[in-house]
Design a protein around this ligand. Sequence first.
Ligand code: FES
Length: 142
Amino acid sequence: MFEYSEKVMDHFMNPRNVGELEDPDGVGRVGNPICGDIMEFQVKVEDEHISDVKFRTFGCGAAIAVSSMVSEMAKGKTLDEAMKITNKMVAKELDGLPKNKLHCSNLGADALHKAIEDYREKQKKSARKQTAGSGGEADGKG
Ligand code: FES
């Protein structure tokens, strides 16, 4: 039997921020090469801050607890701060994971970072479009 901390059990039994956002600004999905499980993070961004975050984890209990903790840690943070969240920090916040479940913590922060990168990519693309489209565009007001 694995020995999970109380925090892991709590986040596993009552995961925070599970589900999907209606119109996410960024989506990140990663697969665990060790077990094949998948984590997906969706973020809403306002003023360079993560205003909302949801996740879906197709994986084990530890992975669910990790995702839940990452979502809590990320909410309200600036994008730069959220990019600094590491998988190690998450495992520490959960008061550790059993050794043979440590690989389950490898994806949480990665999926979040991918969602932020996805948002930033989209921003760049729409900025490029706007620059390319500037000049003779109707402003659409009225
Ligand atoms: Fe796959 Fe834990 S066994 S993430």
